[in-house]
Design a protein around this ligand. Structure first.
Ligand code: ADP
Ligand code: MG
Length: 922
């Protein structure tokens, strides 16, 4: 007995009301048949979970008993909803019309005017068109009375339609099948929104737009949501029963939506139609089912719904009367008549105080003469039937809650459950059992039952208000992001501008007019694979300073390296101290590697803009990336390195080449792929280099062969040529940098800036009350709080929104679900633009190469480096796709560089040595 439900009916008897006489045995047996143990209810919950999973899955959907219909309601209210809304609610015998005014006060006190129209029986049985005409007429009559002011005003209408519909949008849904006694022709399979809209238009009276179709269950859920207290489950226990809940969008496979949550209408009334409930069905339930309109269907509903509870009791009593257990054997004929006992009466009889009197009254009204004990037994039966219904309802609710808890990967779920319906409201005991048993069956969930004030109607207004709020927000977001969205013509223009700047930059006379410096590197050849030897390399200007030894042999390249810190004081001290420090590091490295005394050719990767006068002669034009050592700008950095070596008495240094990191990248990829003739960096900054025909290079001597040109394309646009591409957000970012007005192209593309652009857009969205509910977020005011690596995380394909939310929470940004979706959209817009602009730049490069080589088609490889390019989940894909569109005659392959700036510098030295040896001593 220990496993029996604590609320089994016997317990609830008044002490002394009934004696434990042997004559009770048959009654007792009937009661036991109706009593479900907690174990049984656990099993029901388990079956329900299976049925839910089936209904949600695309593959299993066809065989599912619970349809789990998508509702296209993807958001619960946040309390800011306001406006006037019309609602039409179709009921079993009525049409109800409502005018709801939401005040934006958290939906606490909506103003509501409504009217109930009786619906003649034949309207529910005739042609579909007549039903919808009738509804439209009711609506017009109602509006005549309400006098909505301006007759031209467009009124949004929500249609509460409590039948199973296959929805494809919020305002579109085909009726799957009539139920509840309706059987109008030509409606099944049709979009009921269209039918209603057409009927309203036909009246030619009011301008009404049907913008939302929903079930009453959904309305119940939505009407119970208040600010700070979203309601994510709806439960209706009325003549029938049904439920809905906010499911994870990714699990709702029948809907295209993937990113957010969507309310799913479970249609749980049909649970058990495949036999899942056969263990608990009693002979009385079988009788009820046989006498119903559709035997074998809606088995769960027939155990719970108000249409059936009275009937179940009637069958139990009839059986007991037949066996002489009740009414002295009389009353059998009257109890044999369908619907003689109403569920409402059953709910009155279960009451502790007035229940026995109600039993007596009800039985006497049927012409019976019940004894004291008869009344007592009838009460016990009524309690058993209601307790079972509430217990089953709890099993269903527990299944929903556990599903939500599990799919959200929570340890504990707190949820508000909106409840409505005549059975639920009929007696407090129903809700008490529901609450108690749910807790036992889903102990990991804390459910608060919230009785719905005006389920369908008010909820429908809220649904519409949310839909309209989201639509308005969408327009604002689109408007805000529009300047960042570049079309093909924008990108072609950027490409053409880059091409023009390249030409200007290469010209001896025009060089000064261009924002793209096009610096000659004196690197005239890429590796051919015959290079051999040991080389030293330095890498200065990336995230770390490194010294390397590179061994180039027939079987490949081997390297060893050390990272050395450059203290801030050295970075920003004197040039002499900086280069002294570098020599110290080299000496330390040589000692560690056992290279002391050897003179190896050295390649120097120096990733700052330089005017190069020879392969080993580079005049620093300006410091960037936090360096500011004095006395360096305008000087040859190789010379400064040699002078430092002399000061330090280090005579084993043979600097043969100084290169930029783009060139290093190109060279290191060129060793693996000889067609690599472009280098690209997308990391902290962005830059590119490529092999140009010498005859096109007006700024370096010679006409033969090719030379690598360091474009310094980060500065593209510094002369104003990109001004119309820049958005307000870009201006804000630029103003706060240490070099305002400079490196404008770079500031649209590279890792140092993308996060900042996103942050400024988010601030604008907060200001427009679209994000974080308009609540100011002090943390978001902090510069650089939003790092570019967060874009990579947030944009990972299929990342659960919960995780996006986690990233934002780590930044102390309290993001809702919708906020997370929006933040992701902003990140996507910013990174997409960056990739597209980068592609436009590259398109100019490859097209210029193709043309100057007189080729119809060019196949070329780009060596790429930079953490943004390598780590961002979409950047490279977008870059490559856009490049294909912009330069269709070029086949461009991308090769990621492994340690370009280290290996590359050594390879420049190696190529130099190979060529020098081939040419012999000068
Ligand atoms: P550098 O360009 O200084 O040689 P990197 O190529 O490593 O160095 O680029 C560093 C930059 O990459 C950082 O400034 C940061 O903005 C960006 N970054 C770091 N991690 C990521 C990531 N996971 N996704 C995208 N960008 C990143
Ligand atoms: Mg780098």
């Amino acid at each position: 007995m220990g496993h029996l439900l604590p609320c089994r009916p016997q317990e609830n008897l008044q002490p002394g009301c009934c004696d434990e006489a042997p004559a009770l045995t048959l009654v007792q047996r009937a009661l036991l048949e109706l009593t479900l143990s907690l174990e049984t209810l656990q099993a029901v919950k388990g079956h329900m979970l299976e049925a839910m999973a089936k209904g949600l899955s695309r593959q299993m959907h066809a065989q599912a008993t619970m349809r789990m219909l998508p509702t296209y309601i993807c958001s619960t209210p946040d309390g800011t909803e306001k406006g006037d809304f019309l609602v039409v609610e179709l009921r079993r015998r009525h049409v109800r019309t409502l005018w709801v005014t939401l005040l934006g006060d958290g939906n606490q006190s909506p103003q509501l005017r409504d009217r109930l129209f009786d619906m003649p029986e034949d309207v529910t049985q005739g042609k579909g068109e007549e039903l919808f005409d009738f509804i439209a007429q009711c609506l017009c009559q109602f509006l005549d009375g309400v006098c909505p002011g301006d007759p031209q005003q467009r009124l949004p209408l929500g249609f509460v339609f409590p039948f199973s519909c296959r929805q494809t949008r919020l305002d579109q849904g085909e009726l799957i099948a009539w139920s509840k006694g309706f059987r109008c022709s030509e409606v099944e399979g049709q979009d009921v929104v269209q039918l209603l809209q057409a009927a309203i238009n036909k009246q030619e009276r009011y301008r009404v737009d049907v913008i939302a179709l929903m079930n009453n269950t959904v309305g119940t859920m939505m009407s119970c949501s208040m600010e700070e207290m979203p309601c994510e489950v709806g439960l209706v226990i009325d003549v029938g029963t049904n439920s809905c809940f906010m499911a994870e969008g990714r699990l709702v496979e029948m809907a295209e939506e993937t990113s957010r949550r969507m309310c799913v209408n479970t249609e749980w009334g049909s649970f058990g139609d495949d036999g899942a409930l056969s263990d608990i069905l009693t002979p009385y339930d079988q009788c009820v089912d046989q006498e119903s309109a559709k035997p074998g269907e809606k088995r769960f509903e027939k155990l719970i719904g108000g249409l059936y509870l009275g009937e179940i009791v009637r069958h139990v009593l009839a059986k007991l009367a037949t066996e002489g257990e009740l009414f002295g054997g009389s009353g059998v004929p009257i109890l044999g008549t369908k619907d003689t006992l109403k569920t409402q009466q059953v709910l009155e009889i279960i009451d502790d105080e007035a229940g026995l009197a109600a039993a007596r009254g009800t039985l006497q009204a049927l012409g019976l003469a019940p004894s004291e004990q008869d009344c007592c037994h009838v009460q016990q039966v009524c309690r058993a039937v209601v307790t079972r219904a509430a217990g089953l309802c709890a099993a269903g609710l527990a299944a929903i809650l556990s599903h939500m808890c599990q799919s959200r990967e929570l340890e504990q779920l707190k949820a508000n459950v909106g409840v409505d319906g005549a059975v639920y409201r009929g007696h407090a005991r129903f809700g008490e059992i529901l609450q108690r048993v749910t807790k036992l069956l889903a102990p990991e969930c804390v459910a608060t039952l919230v009785p719905s004030a005006d389920g369908g109607g008010r909820g429908a207004a809220v649904v519409m208000a949310v839909a309209l709020r989201l639509a308005a927000q969408r327009r604002e977001v689109d408007q805000l992001l529009a300047p960042l969205r570049l079309g093909p013509t924008d990108l072609q223009r950027v490409q053409a501008l880059m091409r023009r700047e390249m030409e200007l930059g290469l010209g001896q006379e025009t060089n000064a007019q261009s924002s793209v410096r096009m610096l000659p590197t004196y690197v005239c050849g890429t590796p051919d694979g015959t290079e051999r030897g040991d080389f030293l390399a330095l890498d200065l200007g990336g995230t770390n300073f490194r010294v390397l030894v590179v061994h180039v042999a027939q079987d490949g390249i081997r390297m060893a390296s050390e990272i050395y810190a450059i203290p801030l004081a050295v970075m920003q001290g004197t040039g002499e101290a900086l280069f002294d420090h570098i020599i110290d590091c080299i000496m330390d490295f040589q000692q560690k590697q056992g290279l002391t005394g050897q003179v190896l050719p050295l390649g120097f990767t120096f990733s700052f803009p330089c005017q190069q006068l020879g392969l080993d002669k580079a005049v620093l034009l300006s410091w960037t990336k936090g360096f500011s050592a004095s006395g360096c700008v305008g000087k040859d950095v190789v010379q400064m390195l040699r002078e430092a070596a002399q000061r330090k008495q280090h005579f084993g240094l043979d600097v043969v080449a100084v290169v930029n990191d783009t060139v290093g990248t190109m060279m290191s990829c060129g060793y693996d792929d000889p067609s690599c003739e472009i280098g690209l960096i997308v990391g902290t900054g962005t830059n590119a280099c490529y092999m140009e025909e010498m005859q096109n290079v007006g700024t370096a001597e010679g006409e033969q062969g090719r030379m690598c040109i360091n474009m310094e394309w980060g500065a593209f646009g510094d002369n104003g040529c990109l001004d119309d591409i820049f958005t307000d957000f870009d201006q804000l970012v630029d103003e706060k940098t240490i070099n305002p007005g400079k490196q404008r192209f770079e500031k649209l593309i590279s890792g140092m800036y993308l996060g900042e652009i996103v942050r400024h857009i988010l601030l604008a969205l907060v200001e427009k009350h679209i994000l974080f509910r308009g609540k100011p977020s002090p943390k978001l005011q902090t510069r650089d709080i939003f790092q570019t690596k967060f874009l990579s995380t947030i944009e990972i394909d299929g990342l659960a929104l919960r995780q996006v939310r986690g990233v934002l929470r780590d930044l102390e940004l309290d993001a809702s679900f919708e906020d997370s979706v929006l933040v992701r959209e902003v990140c996507q817009a910013v990174s997409l633009r960056a990739a597209q602009l980068c592609a436009a730049g590259l398109a100019a490069v490859v097209e210029k190469m193709r043309e100057s080589r007189g080729l119809a088609q060019l196949a070329v490889t780009v060596g790429v480096d930079g953490t943004l390019y390598k780590m961002h989940p979409r950047f490279s894909q977008h870059l490559q796709r856009t490049l294909r569109d912009l330069a269709p005659n070029c086949t461009v392959t991308f090769l990621q560089s492994e340690d370009g700036s280290g290996k590359g510098a050594a390879l420049v030295a190696a190529v130099h040595c190979r060529v020098a040896q081939a040419q012999g001593p000068p």
